[in-house]
Design a protein around this ligand. Structure first.
Ligand SMILES: Cc1ncc(C[n+]2csc(CCOP(=O)(O)OP(=O)(O)O)c2C)c(N)n1
Length: 549
C-alpha cells in the first residue's frame, strides 16, 4: 500500500525525472513528504510563474518534460504564465496542482478552481486524478502527451484526499517516446520540388530538435548550398557564422532577408508553425495560400494545413526528417549557391552593431564585447522588451541548447529561465538579459539563484520605461505618455541585498570591467546598464519615432 503522494514521486522517478521546480502548498504536502525520501532534486521558487518558467526552460533545453508543482487557486493561476509560454513554444512541461479535497469540490471551496476550464485553452491536456491507483497510468501518459507530436504542457490536478489515500497500484513504467518519420513518397516529392527550384529557402523552427539533428541540418545545407534562416527565437538551430546562414526570421527582420523569402520559389519550413511574429504578420508567407511552394514539415499532422496550405506536407519531427533528408542527393550543382553566399554577407552586415547612439552607454560595443568573451556554449535567456533586439540581432548564436526565450513574447522569462539553465548546466555560463520592466516581473527568482548558489549574470538594461510600449505609444499617440514611465530601484544594491553581486554601468567603457567583476565574484550577479531611453532601437531614437508620427 502506498500513498498517492508516494505514487506520484515514484511515477516521476520511473519517467526519468531528476528535478522539480515548486512553490509549496498545504494542498500537496503528501507529495512533498514523498520527495523527502527521493533522489529527485527539489528547487523551491519564490513565485509560481517563475517556477513554471523554470520548468519550461528545463523542457526547452532537454526535450524532456520540465516538472512543476504548485498549490491550488492562486498557485495555479500564477503558474499559468509559464503554461502559456510552453504552449505557444511547443515545450514539454507537466504542471502538478494540489487540488481541494473531494468532499469540498464544486462548492467553490477555499482556492478551488476547475482546472479543465481554466487551463483548457492553454494546455495540451488537463486531467484530475480521483483514484490514486491510476497515478502510474496518468503520469506516464502525461509524459507521452507532453513530448509527442507537437509537444506542450500537461496539467494534472491532485485532490488532497487522493494524495493521502493509501492504495495498491501497478508499478509505473516509463513512457515510450513516439517518433514520426517521413515516407518515401514525401521524400520523392521533396526531391522533385528541389530539383525544379531556382530560389529555395529553408526556415528552421519549433522544437523536437537535438544536437545531432542540428548537425545533420548543417550538413544538408552544405550539400545543397541552401540558405537557412531561423524562426523567431529559434536561433540556436543553426550556426550564425556558417556561410549558409541567412538570418533571423523574427520581429524587425532584415528587409533584404524578407525580400529573399518573399521571392523564394520553394520554402522549406522545418518544425516551425510560422506564426504571426516570424511571418511578419502573415506577409512573408501568406495565409492561407503562400505565393511560394511551401514544404511544411511538422511532427503534428494538426499543424499541417492549419495556417498555410502546403504544396507538400510532411508529418515528421525535425530530427526524423533531417535524418531522411540527409540521404537525398541533388543531381548537378545547385544553381542558387551564389545567392546563398550573398544572403550570408547580408546577414553579417545586418548583425554588426552600431558603435554609437544617444547617451553615455552604447549597447553596440557592449554586444561586441560579449560576443568576444562569451564561450560558444554560453546560454542566453531573455523575456520581452526592446532590449531583446540587441540580443536577437547582434548575438551570433553558434550552438544548440544555448537559447531560452519565449516566442509568446512574455516578459519576466529571462531570470527564472537562467536559474533553470544554470541548475542544468552548472559548468556553463548563463546570462539573462532583461529590461527594467521585464526584470521586475520575476526578479524575485534572483533569490532562488542565491539560495542554490547558481551564479547567473542578469544584465538589466534599464531605460526607465516600458520601452516597447512607449515606442508604440509615441508612434500611434505622439507625446501622450501614459503608463510607460518607471521609477526603478537601484538594481546593483538590490542584487547585494539578495546576497548577490551588483554592478552599475553608466558609461560604455565601464561595462567590460563590471562584467568581469561579476564573473569573478562567483555569485549570482546583476549588471545594470543605464541606457538612455532615446536609444529605443539600434537605429532609431524615441524622438525620431515621435517626430515621424
Ligand atoms: C507579461 C507581459 N506583460 C506585458 C507585455 C507587454 N509588453 C511588451 S514589451 C513591454 C515593455 C518592456 O519593458 P522593459 O522590460 O523595460 O524593456 P524595454 O522595452 O524598455 O527595453 C510590455 C509592457 C508582455 N509582452 N508580457
Amino acid at each position: 500500500m502506498k500513498t498517492g503522494g508516494q505514487l506520484i514521486v515514484e511515477a516521476l522517478e520511473a519517467n526519468g525525472t531528476d528535478r522539480i521546480f515548486c512553490v509549496p502548498g498545504e494542498s500537496y504536502l503528501a507529495v512533498l513528504d514523498a520527495l523527502h525520501d527521493s533522489s529527485i532534486r527539489t528547487i523551491v521558487c519564490r513565485q509560481e510563474g517563475g517556477a513554471a518558467m523554470m520548468a519550461d526552460c528545463q523542457g526547452r533545453l532537454t526535450g524532456k518534460p520540465g516538472i512543476c508543482f504548485v498549490t491550488r487557486g492562486p498557485g495555479a493561476t500564477n503558474a499559468s504564465a509559464g503554461i502559456h509560454i510552453a504552449m505557444q513554444d511547443s515545450v514539454p512541461l507537466i504542471l502538478f496542482i494540489g487540488q481541494v479535497a473531494s468532499h469540498a469540490k464544486e462548492r467553490e471551496a477555499f482556492q478551488e478552481v476547475d482546472y479543465k476550464r481554466f487551463f483548457g485553452d492553454i494546455a495540451k491536456w488537463v486531467v484530475e486524478i480521483d483514484d490514486a491507483a491510476r497515478i502510474p497510468e496518468f503520469v506516464t501518459r502525461a509524459f507521452a502527451v507532453a513530448t509527442s507530436g507537437r509537444p506542450g504542457p500537461v496539467v494534472i490536478s491532485l485532490p488532497e484526499d487522493m494524495l493521502t489515500s493509501e492504495v495498491e497500484a501497478p508499478e509505473a513504467l516509463p513512457y515510450t517516446p513516439v517518433e514520426t518519420y517521413p515516407g518515401e513518397t514525401e521524400l520523392d516529392a521533396l526531391e522533385m520540388l528541389l530539383a525544379g527550384a531556382k530560389r529555395p529557402f529553408v526556415i528552421l523552427g519549433g522544437t523536437r530538435w537535438d544536437e545531432q539533428a542540428v548537425a545533420r541540418m548543417r550538413a544538408i545545407a552544405e550539400t545543397w548550398s541552401l540558405p537557412v534562416g531561423c524562426s523567431f527565437r529559434r536561433q540556436m538551430l543553426f550556426d550564425h557564422l556558417h556561410p549558409n546562414y541567412a538570418g533571423d526570421v523574427g520581429i524587425g527582420i532584415n528587409p533584404k532577408l524578407a525580400a529573399q523569402i518573399k521571392a523564394a520559389d520553394v520554402v522549406l519550413l522545418i518544425g516551425g508553425r510560422m506564426g504571426e511574429m516570424p511571418s511578419s504578420d502573415y506577409t512573408l508567407l501568406k495565409s492561407p495560400y503562400p505565393d511560394q511552394a511551401l514544404v511544411h514539415v511538422h511532427a503534428d499532422a494538426g499543424e499541417l494545413g492549419r495556417v498555410y496550405r502546403p504544396t507538400l506536407a510532411i508529418n515528421a519531427s525535425p530530427a526524423a526528417f533531417v535524418e531522411a533528408f540527409a540521404r537525398l542527393r541533388l543531381a548537378g550543382a545547385p544553381s542558387w549557391a551564389a545567392e546563398t553566399a550573398k544572403a550570408h554577407a547580408a546577414y553579417l552586415e545586418w548583425s554588426t552593431p552600431p558603435q554609437t547612439g544617444p547617451g553615455d552607454v552604447h549597447m553596440g560595443p557592449i554586444m561586441d564585447y560579449l560576443e568576444k568573451v562569451l564561450p560558444e556554449d554560453a546560454i542566453l535567456a531573455n523575456g520581452a522588451g526592446n532590449y531583446a533586439t540587441w540580443v536577437h540581432r547582434f548575438h551570433r548564436s553558434r550552438r544548440f541548447a544555448t537559447q531560452a526565450a519565449p516566442t509568446s513574447g512574455s516578459m519576466g522569462y529571462g531570470t527564472p529561465a537562467a536559474v533553470a539553465a544554470k541548475a542544468l548546466h552548472p559548468d556553463r555560463e548563463v546570462i539573462a538579459f532583461a529590461g527594467d520592466g521585464c526584470f521586475l516581473m520575476n526578479g524575485q527568482e534572483f533569490a532562488t539563484a542565491v539560495q542554490y548558489d547558481l551564479p547567473i549574470i542578469v544584465i538589466v538594461v534599464n531605460n526607465g520605461i516600458y520601452g516597447t510600449i512607449r515606442m508604440h505609444q509615441e508612434r500611434e499617440y505622439p507625446s501622450r505618455v501614459v503608463a510607460t514611465d518607471l521609477k526603478n530601484p537601484d538594481f546593483a544594491a538590490l542584487a547585494r541585498a539578495y546576497g548577490g553581486h551588483g554592478e552599475t554601468v553608466a558609461k560604455t567603457a565601464e561595462f567590460a570591467p563590471a562584467f568581469e567583476r561579476a564573473r569573478a565574484s562567483g555569485k549570482p550577479a546583476i549588471v545594470e546598464i543605464k541606457l538612455d531611453p532615446e536609444a529605443i532601437t539600434p537605429t532609431r531614437t524615441l524622438t525620431q519615432i515621435r517626430d515621424k508620427a
